[in-house]
Design a binder for this molecule. Sequence first.
Ligand code: AKG
Ligand code: FE2
Length: 320
Amino acid sequence: MSQSQSSLKLSILDISKTQNPSSLSSLLEACKEWGFFQIINHGISEELYSKLCSFSRQLFSLPSDTKIKLGPSSSVKSYTPRFIASPFYEGLRVVGPDFFSSAECSGRVLFGNESNEFSEVVQEYGVKMTELSRQILEAILMSLGDGFKKFYETEFMKSYGYLRIINYAPPEPSQEEVEGLGKHTDMSCMTILYPDDVSSLQVRSKEGKWMDIEPCEGSLVVNLGDMLEAWSNGRLRSSEHRVVLRKPRNRLSLAFFWSFEDDKVIFAPEEVVGEGNKRVFKPFVCSDYVRFREFEDEEIYEKVGNTVRDFAGTGVPEMP
Ligand SMILES: O=C(O)CCC(=O)C(=O)O
Ligand SMILES: [Fe+2]
């Protein structure tokens, strides 16, 4: 794997403030250039984060035989064991808007009946992240121009969130760095990541260079996904990124994905495309794209690299 040399300081959005023309213009710039930025004053307390992490660590330390009861061939399907996304990656998914029930369903299998506290913590986290996603999206719509905020109500009202708790195993002592999660774009509208203090996330620049992301302390990392790139006719960027593990310790990350509803047809509104511009994407149904990206047994690793351009691109180059 190529050694990375450069790091990227992400643009900062103070989400507790009313945005002004200058903050909106930096936000838009970050969304176009990188599809990554960070938010501060987000209101997620360290206490809530620590509680969720502590439950998550307990959960991942359970025997594989127990965890696999939630695996891909179970009825719940909330657990992704190692060797699907990568040999180092295992994850548990909790789906909103009823995060409590979704967590309870997994918790019952993993911890027996005493999982209420876990479900409550996940519920609180999920609700707060959903609210943050809405606020961030509103800021992004405002950054696109006057009059774009209205699309929140007409296009995004049925969006929902899901949380993926990811546990990365440490590399072997003989390995200097390994890919914990290979190059991919996120499928949903946006991802809010509560990063581990072990910095491991890399984003690929337009020129194809891998850059280390170093968020400032206490911030959350936000990146835009394919559904928003398609909805914005390519104006907002869904960047390729990956996770590179270098330290000899586990890494726990909380990735919250905010997605359009499954049966939503993504088709950029005329105003978003803009007069005289060509469409970069054909209309498509969200769940069809999700299915396109789902891992097939024999071609697990190849599928990780596919993007929405491969699925619904018209071949028209991206707008400047
Ligand atoms: O764990 C991370 O830092 C990022 C995870 C990620 O990119 C993903 O789950 O899509
Ligand atoms: Fe991702």
